[in-house]
Design a protein. Structure first.
Length: 176
């Protein structure tokens, strides 16, 4: 148990129990819980520790509906919170040729997902949305990029785990 009395789930339990949730209870997320979930993002590693991100937390019901409409994803309008992961410098590329923001925000948003799961919350990674329309609704500067929208709330469904490939199909040692 942590100092606030919340049971901390083992990281493998959170990974195994995580599901993409598309139906949420009509129940607010407590501020202390939301703060812990956001702290998980803040603590995420980033290239050169630049932390070139911003997390726009949408809690206002009318604004949630505007984001859901802009995204073309009506189900996210049922969540009490939407978190937009925003890249502040989408032009930066790592020496390996991969855009820095894609990696940095994937790590941070995964931390959010796992922290949310550990707190009994559900999330869903949303990458299918109208970039310009979401930026307009959230008043995000033109030179930034929304990488992901993530609804957050108490699940109103319990989906079964999705099938995964066996480890032998996705891991090789020493050579491809």
């Amino acid at each position: 148990m942590d100092v606030k009395g919340v049971n901390k789930m083992h990281v493998m339990q959170a990974i195994e129990q995580r599901r993409s949730i598309r139906q949420y209870q009509d129940r607010p997320v407590e501020e202390a819980t939301l703060a812990q979930v956001l702290e998980a993002a803040r603590l995420a590693p980033s290239a050169r520790n630049r932390q070139e991100w911003r997390f726009v937390v949408v809690k206002d019901a009318a604004q949630i509906q505007r984001v859901a409409e802009a995204a073309g994803q009506p189900f996210i309008g049922t969540a009490p919170v939407i978190i937009a992961g925003v890249a502040l410098d989408p032009e930066r590329v790592m020496r390996c040729g991969v855009p820095t923001y894609a990696v940095d925000l994937a790590i941070a948003m995964t931390n959010i997902t796992l922290a949310a799961t550990a707190h009994g919350l559900g999330t869903c990674w949303i990458g299918s949305f109208d970039q310009e329309e979401v930026k307009r609704v959230l008043r995000i500067p033109a030179d930034c990029k929304v990488v992901e929208l993530m609804p957050l709330g108490y699940p109103a469904e319990s989906p079964e785990p999705r099938p995964r490939k066996p480890i032998t199909e996705i891991v090789s040692y020493d050579y491809f």
